[in-house]
Structure formats: structure tokens, C-alpha cells
Design a protein around this ligand. Structure first.
Ligand code: ZN
Length: 148
């Protein structure tokens, strides 16, 4: 059992990980997100990702075997050290969009942010969207779900 798994059990002792159907990212560390991503990829369950930095909120939905995963985008490197700036409203924006993704998934309505990263720039007051691509050499999903 790895350190992150132990932390998950300590924080959520009642959690039966064998019964997970989807994962919501509410973590603030890259290491924690790697752990959630590996769990989602291995179980082939949706991973609803949200992140914030300063005025910015970022949201996407990873569907293992179908879309890029978190590690396709972030291969590693040291996590940022120290505190990072957050404008108080940014987490609300990220959480609202993330909740909308979960609702759309469970109600089978609308279009999920699959292979799309939606970024809200609160400083400029607008949204941008980026197309995400799977990395065939991704350490988490590359061998489990080969491309092409
Ligand atoms: Zn991947």
C-alpha cells in the first residue's frame, strides 16, 4: 500500500474503493491527482478534474480508454512548492463547472468536456478551450489502452 493510498484510507476510512464508480478531483497536489488518475485508469471509471490557480479555473473530464488522462497532460516534474495564489471565487467557478459535468454524465444530457480543457480566466473575464490529445507513451494509460 502506497503512501497516498494510506492517506486516502485515513481521510476516508469508510471508503470501499472496490465500489467506486467515478472520481471527483478536489485535491490540491499533483501527487494526489496522479493517484486518482491511476485509480480511474485502472478501474476504467470517469475522472472529473478541476484545478485552480490565481484567477483561473480549469475543468475537464477524463474517460479512461476513450480520452487523454491526467498523466497524458502532466508527465511529472516536481510539484510546485509553497503556497500558491487563489482568488476566492475561482474554486467556486471550478466546482460549479465540475458539478455540471457530473450531472451531465449521470443524466446522459449535454456534451461532456471529453478531450477538452475548459479554462476560465477570471482576470480577463472569459473562457478558453484547448483540445487534449492522448499520449501513446503515457505511463498510466498508454499500455492499458493503446492508441490506434
Ligand atoms: Zn494517459
Amino acid at each position: 500500500m502506497g503512501q497516498l493510498e494510506e492517506i486516502a484510507f485515513v481521510e476516508e476510512p469508510h471508503l470501499d474503493r472496490s465500489a467506486l464508480d467515478e472520481l471527483l478531483d478536489r485535491l490540491g497536489t499533483k501527487c494526489g491527482r496522479y493517484f486518482l488518475n491511476r485509480t480511474a485508469v485502472r478501474r476504467k471509471i470517469p475522472f472529473f478534474h478541476a484545478a485552480i490557480y490565481g484567477f483561473e479555473a480549469r475543468v475537464t473530464t477524463f474517460m479512461p480508454g476513450e480520452t487523454a488522462c491526467f498523466r497524458c497532460l502532466f508527465h511529472g516534474g516536481p510539484p510546485p512548492s509553497g503556497a500558491f495564489p487563489v482568488v476566492g471565487a475561482a474554486p467556486g467557478v471550478a466546482a460549479s463547472i465540475q458539478a455540471m459535468e457530473v450531472i451531465k454524465y449521470f443524466t446522459d444530457c449535454g456534451t461532456l468536456l471529453k478531450d477538452r480543457l475548459l479554462i476560465f480566466d477570471g482576470e480577463a473575464g472569459g473562457f478558453r478551450e484547448f483540445k487534449l490529445l492522448r499520449d501513446p507513451d503515457c505511463p498510466d494509460c498508454g499500455s492499458l489502452y493503446p492508441t490506434g
